[in-house]
Design a protein around this ligand. Structure first.
Ligand code: CP
Length: 299
């Protein structure tokens, strides 16, 4: 792998290879011995806790040199563009840049450059894609069920604004899972029918193996709508009552940050059925596997 910009660019074998490698890192059996010193820069133009800090953790665990970068103290504050920022990182010898940016497909312009040489990892592009979150989600599901084929997975909530939903619906369908959607009509688009069926949450809950809730992304809404947290929770959220109808083996997922008592009941976030904390833990190991695949050509 030279870059990881979208999940579609990975074939199924590469996805499974990354999951297995991440599992090895998690079990502590693989000790990464890199061929040379590498330098990484995490360029987060949109806020992040999990993606940013778990890349930071993964890079340190891999023994990479991490170049500090903060948009507020860099020349971004003087108006320097993303392109010129990445050009600079490449010029000073950074091997891999992890980038989060609000512009969908921001990486197209970077890929056209003949001068930028460093590898790029997409840490989220607007409402476009979140490939590393998708891979850690797939790892979490695989760890639980040992397969994707035939699993019933519900993706619930603010689908149109969710890059996590876009990446996951594509990969889950390709890997043989049955994808279902639920949530407010206004945050759903007919184009997702290619990946799964839209249904009422109450109909879905008892038959799902995985219920994946999505954060309500107020920052991507136009700000004119009135949002009633309790009304949303009752209509589209995983309430305690709804959760009581889940199959015993079913798991709850959420990419986080979670709006507690909105997408799911506060009491469910750290419940026995929840894998939300495990998703965060797995994120570090999956990102180690991704970095190794990119820097050392292993996948
Ligand atoms: N899941 C996720 O991308 O979280 P952050 O926005 O905190 O990185």
């Amino acid at each position: 792998l030279k870059h990881l910009l979208t999940v579609e660019a990975l074939n199924n074998q590469e996805v499974l290879g990354l999951i297995r490698r991440a599992q090895q890192f998690k079990q502590g059996v693989a000790s990464p011995k890199l061929k040379r010193d590498y330098y990484a820069a995490n360029l987060f133009f949109e806020n992040s806790t999990r993606t940013h800090k778990s890349f930071d953790m993964a890079e340190r665990k891999m023994g990479l040199n991490v170049i500090e970068f903060d948009t507020s103290t860099s020349s971004v504050s003087k108006g320097e563009s993303l392109y010129d920022t990445v050009l600079t990182m490449s010029a000073i010898g950074v091997d891999v840049c992890v980038i989060r940016h609000s512009e969908e497909n921001y990486y197209h312009q970077l890929m056209e450059s003949k001068t930028i040489r460093c590898s790029l990892i997409n840490g989220g592009d607007g409402s476009g894609q979140h490939p590393t979150q998708c891979l850690l989600d797939l790892m979490t599901i695989y760890e639980e069920f040992g397969r994707f084929k035939g699993l019933n997975v519900a993706i619930v909530g603010d689908i149109t604004h969710s890059r996590v939903a876009k990446s996951n619906m594509q990969m889950l369908k390709r890997l043989g899972a049955n994808v279902f959607f639920s949530g407010p009509d206004e945050w759903y688009d007919a184009q997702y029918e290619a990946f799964g069926k839209f249904m009422a949450l109450d109909e879905l809950v008892p038959n799902m193996d995985v219920i994946m809730l999505l954060r309500v992304q107020h920052e991507r809404h136009d700000g004119t709508e009135l949002f009633d947290k309790e009304a949303y929770h009752q209509a589209y959220g995983l309430t305690e009552e709804r959760a009581s109808h889940m199959a015993k083996h079913a798991i709850i997922m959420h990419p986080a940050p979670v709006n507690r008592d909105v997408e799911l009941a506060d009491s469910l976030v750290e419940s026995l059925s929840s894998r939300i904390v495990m998703q965060m833990t797995n994120g570090v190991f999956m990102r180690m596997a991704i970095l190794e695949a990119i820097l050392e050509g292993k996948a």
